[in-house]
Ligand binder design. Structure first.
Ligand code: FAD
Ligand code: FES
Length: 275
């Protein structure tokens, strides 16, 4: 057995199958039999995925199948993710983790939970939503707002319909084709369709930073305090475990203190672009 507790040693694991989500994005289903500790993750955490001989990159944990395969949804964005997104069944991927902080799901119990996702931001929110649905009675309203560039870029399309049976699910796209009869526009505009209960609402937010900035602005206008807003931040990472400093965001290391951070703790940096 390969001990994934060794922080620098990726376990070389087989890809059991690959689900194509869109033209540039796939979900890998990875067999963790040789490294079972990888399944002891909390929603919101990430793994470092290694394309052998190329490099390793942080990728959110998108969940686990009922048979215990680890899910990672990867967009081809550059050198390493291109190799990872090109893996086929039987290919090998290096995995080390799980790392980082998690969504505050226990703290949110008893209230409403609003999940807001833009693009790939749905990947780290997926295991959170599945947890909330599994413990449905512990929460009041569950709301998912999700936006992508086009209908063809929507992730987890089949699951969106089943989630809508137990949660309020509003989906929007930036550009619609002729087959789309849903919402068109940016994710924060979906907030206009909701009446929120600010003192009892916890927000989990992940997406491109401009989208998160606009969403935060609109949440504040609706009376949601920064203490109730949790954001998942992305920064370039090298070690993933707090050694190298590449991911520093003010006083925080995104790999160790994040990626999930409470907004009031980073609000002064969140306002600024390109930090
Ligand atoms: C905590 C965390 C979770 C993530 N989860 C996912 C996920 O679930 N799925 C997924 O596909 N991607 C995810 N990412 C982003 C992913 O790590 C980057 O796309 C990847 O590191 C790019 O590496 P590359 O070698 O493929 O691209 P490179 O060749 O290094 O760069 C390609 C381009 O992407 C830019 N870039 C590099 N790193 C990042 C980054 N972290 N964010 C934005 N742009 C970047 C570069 O500046 C360059 O313009 C996550 C990042 C973090 C920090
Ligand atoms: S990636 Fe090295 S300190 Fe965070």
């Amino acid at each position: 057995m390969i001990p994934s507790a060794q922080p620098w040693a990726p376990a070389a694991l087989p890809v059991r199958s690959v689900v194509r989500e869109s033209h540039d994005t796939v979900t890998l289903r990875i067999d963790t039999t040789k490294a079972p500790a990888l399944l002891a993750y909390r929603p919101g955490q990430f793994n470092m995925l290694y394309a052998f001989g190329v490099g390793d990159v942080p990728i959110s944990i998108a969940g686990t199948t009922p048979r215990g395969l680890l899910l990672h949804t990867i967009r081809d964005a550059g050198t390493t993710t291109r190799i990872l997104a090109g893996l086929r069944r039987g290919g090998t991927v290096g995995v080390r983790g799980p790392y980082g902080s998690a969504w505050p799901l226990e703290e949110a119990a008893g209230g409403d939970v609003l999940l807001v996702a833009g693009g790939l931001g749905l990947a780290p929110l997926r295991p959170a939503l599945l947890h909330l649905l599994r413990h449905r009675r512990q929460y009041r309203r569950l709301i998912l707002l999700y936006g992508s560039r086009t209908p063809a870029d929507l992730l987890y399309r089949r699951e969106l319909a089943s989630w809508a049976e137990e949660a309020e699910v509003l989906v929007t796209v930036d550009w619609a084709g002729i087959d789309w009869d849903g919402h068109v526009g940016v994710v924060p505009a979906l907030l206009d369709r909701l009446v929120l209960d600010p003192p009892r609402t916890t927000v989990l937010l992940c997406g491109p930073e401009p989208m998160m900035r606009f969403t935060v602005r609109d949440l504040r206008l609706r009376g949601i305090p920064d203490e109730a807003i949790h954001v998942s931040m992305e920064r370039n990472m090298v070690c993933g475990i707090g050694f190298c400093g590449h991911c520093q965001l003010g006083p925080a290391f995104v790999c160790k203190d994040g990626p999930v951070l409470r907004l009031d703790r980073i609000a002064f940096l969140f306002e600024k672009r390109e930090i």
